[in-house]
Design a binder for this molecule. Structure first.
Ligand code: GLU
Length: 493
C-alpha cells in the first residue's frame, strides 16, 4: 500500500461529550494520517437513536477543532464517500442486509425482548454462555410481522469452522472460537443497523485502510471479520489502542480529574499542552522525551511505538505539561489571553492600568508562575498589580519581626525610596540590601516587610521586578498605607 493510500477514521457515537479517551483515538488516527500523507475521516456513528445526546456532535467537532485536529472528509467539509452521518446512510446498510439474507447469512427473528430475557436467565442457570439460541434461524420468517412492522435481522454465524483470528498490529493474533459468537443482531426493527453492521459496511465503502480504535472494541472484531467475509469485503488492518487508567490503575473516571475535553479548555489548559499530553497516553517517541512539538510528533508518529499496556492518566503531569507550554509561549500571546478576561467586572480594578504595555509587563512578571490560562488563575496572580488600593487580608509584619519594628523598617524604606532617583532593579536591590545592613535587619525580614506592604501577599514574583512594574509612586503610596495600618495596630496593642 502506498502511504498516501492510508485512510483512517475517527468514528464517535454522539452518546455524550467526548472525554480524553475518545479524543486520544482521534488524535492517533489523525497523526497517522498526517505522518503518512493519507486521509483522516470523521464519521458520526449515530445509529443508536435512543442514546443520542443533544449537542454531542457539535461538542465532538469543537473538541477536535480546539486541538487543531482537522479532517479531510466528514461533517461540515463533506467528501467523496459521504454522507458521514450513519443515520443518513440507511439505504446502504439495507442493501448489505438484503444481500446477506439472500445468501442465507442472515435471517429475520421474531423473538420478543421478554423471550430473550428468559432465555438469558435459563442460560445463566445452566452456566452456559449468554447468547441468542438461534431459535428463528431456520424458521424462514418474513421481513414484516402481521401488523406490517419490520423484524429484527440477525447474522447467521457459521456453526462450524476454524476460529476467527484478529491479526492486530498492537496485540498480535487473537483467536476466538466460533461457538463463542452468537447470532448477533445486524438490523433493528426501527430500520437502523447495529454498530457492527454499520461499522463494517462504512469502513469498506469509505475505503478505510486501518482501523485504530479503543481496546474495548477488540471483542467485537471477530463479529466484524465474519461480516467482512460474508459480504465479500477485504477487512482493514486493525490496531486496538491501549486502555487509559487512572493513577490508581482503576478505570478512568471523574475522580482522577478526567472530564470532557472542553472542560480542560475552560479550566485553562492550552491545546498544545493537551495534545502533547494525550499523545503520550499509549505512544512514546523514545521512552524518555516528553515535550514534543507537533511538527516532531507528525514526523515521528508510528504505529510500532504504540504500547500494549494500559496508559496512566496523571493529571499532575498534564498540569506540568501545561506549565511548560505556557512558559514557551510568546509574551504577546499570553497577554492576549489575559486581555480577553473581563477585568472590568472585577471590583477595584483600575481600568487605567489595563493598557497593552502594562499588561505585557505583568505577563513578563508572572509567566513563570502561571499554571493555567484561566481568569481565576491569572487574577489570583496579578490582582495586586491591577488594583489601585490593596485590601490587606494578611499580617503586615513578617514572621519573627514585631509590628513596631516592621513599622520603623517601612518608614526607613519610604525615605530611602523617596530620596533615590532611579527606580529600577539594578539600583533597588543594592540600595535595599544596604538599608537592611544599616537597620541591622536580615534581608529576609526587610524584604518580607516590603513584599507584604507592596503586594499584600507573601508569595509573589521576584520582589524588585514586581516593584518596578508597580511603579515608584504606587509603591510609596502602598508603603504609606501599610505603615498607617501598622502604626494604628501598634498603638492599640
Ligand atoms: N462508534 C464507536 C465508538 O464510539 C466506534 C468504534 C470504532 O471505531 O469502530 O467508539
Amino acid at each position: 500500500m502506498n502511504e498516501s493510500d492510508i485512510r483512517v477514521r475517527y468514528a464517535p457515537s454522539p452518546t455524550g461529550y467526548p472525554h480524553v479517551g475518545n479524543i486520544r483515538t482521534a488524535l492517533f488516527n489523525w497523526l497517522y494520517a498526517k505522518h503518512s500523507g493519507g486521509s483522516f475521516i470523521v464519521r458520526i456513528e449515530d445509529t443508536d437513536q435512543s442514546r443520542s445526546v443533544e449537542g454531542a456532535i457539535e461538542n465532538i467537532l469543537e473538541s477536535l477543532q480546539w486541538l487543531g485536529i482537522d479532517w479531510d472528509e466528514g461533517p461540515i467539509v463533506g467528501g467523496d464517500f459521504g454522507p458521514y452521518l450513519q443515520s443518513e446512510r440507511l439505504n446502504i446498510y439495507q442493501e448489505a442486509v438484503d444481500k446477506l439474507i439472500e445468501q442465507g447469512d442472515a435471517y429475520y427473528c421474531i423473538c420478543s425482548p421478554d423471550k430473550l430475557a428468559s432465555m438469558r436467565k435459563e442460560q445463566q442457570k445452566l452456566g452456559k454462555p449468554p447468547g441468542y439460541d438461534r431459535l428463528c434461524r431456520s424458521a424462514g420468517h418474513s421481513r414484516k410481522d402481521k401488523s406490517g412492522l419490520n423484524r429484527v435481522v440477525r447474522f447467521a454465524t457459521p456453526i462450524e469452522g476454524p476460529p476467527v483470528t484478529t491479526d492486530d498490529l498492537i496485540r498480535g493474533k487473537v483467536n476466538v472460537e466460533l461457538p463463542v459468537i452468537d447470532d448477533f443482531v445486524i438490523l433493528k426493527s426501527d430500520g437502523f443497523p447495529t454498530y457492527h453492521l454499520a461499522n463494517v459496511v462504512d469502513d469498506h465503502h469509505m475505503q478505510i485502510s486501518h482501523v485504530m480504535r479503543a481496546e474495548e472494541w477488540l471483542p467485537s472484531t471477530p463479529r466484524h471479520l465474519l461480516l467482512y467475509k460474508a459480504l465479500g469485503f477485504d477487512p482493514p488492518i486493525f490496531a486496538h489502542l491501549p486502555m487509559i487508567l487512572g493513577s490508581d490503575r482503576a478505570k478512568l473516571s471523574k475522580r482522577h480529574g478526567a472530564t470532557t475535553l472542553l472542560e480542560y479548555r475552560d479550566e485553562g489548559y492550552l491545546p498544545e499542552a493537551m495534545l502533547n499530553f494525550l499523545v503520550l497516553l499509549g505512544w512514546s517517541l523514545d521512552d524518555k522525551t516528553e515535550v514534543i512539538p507537533l511538527t516532531e510528533l507528525i514526523e515521528n508518529f508510528s504505529l510500532s511505538r504504540i504500547g500494549k499496556s494500559p496508559a496512566i492518566f496523571d493529571i499532575t503531569k498534564l498540569e506540568w505539561m501545561n506549565g511548560i507550554y505556557i512558559r514557551s509561549m510568546p509574551v504577546e500571546q499570553l497577554a492576549e489571553h489575559i486581555k480577553g478576561y473581563n477585568y472590568h467586572q472585577k471590583k477595584d480594578v483600575s481600568t487605567s492600568l489595563l493598557d497593552n504595555d502594562y499588561i505585557k509587563q505583568i505577563v513578563e512578571l508572572v509567566q513563570d508562575r502561571v499554571r493555567k490560562v484561566s481568569s481565576e488563575e491569572i487574577w489570583s496572580l496579578t490582582s495586586f498589580l491591577l488594583v489601585d488600593d490593596l485590601n490587606y487580608s494578611i499580617d503586615l509584619n513578617p514572621k519573627g519581626l514585631g509590628k513596631s519594628e516592621t513599622a520603623s523598617a517601612i518608614r526607613s524604606v519610604i525615605s530611602e525610596l523617596e530620596s533615590t532617583k532611579d527606580f529600577n532593579v539594578s539600583t533597588l536591590e543594592p540600595s535595599l540590601r544596604e538599608l537592611a545592613k544599616e537597620l541591622n535587619l536580615s534581608t529576609r525580614h526587610l524584604f518580607g516587610a516590603i513584599r507584604l506592604a507592596v503586594t499584600g501577599s507573601n508569595a509573589t514574583p521576584p520582589l524588585f521586578e514586581t516593584m518596578v512594574v508597580i511603579g515608584r509612586d504606587r509603591v510609596i503610596k502602598r508603603l504609606h498605607v501599610a505603615l498607617a495600618i501598622l502604626e494604628e495596630m501598634g498603638s492599640t496593642k
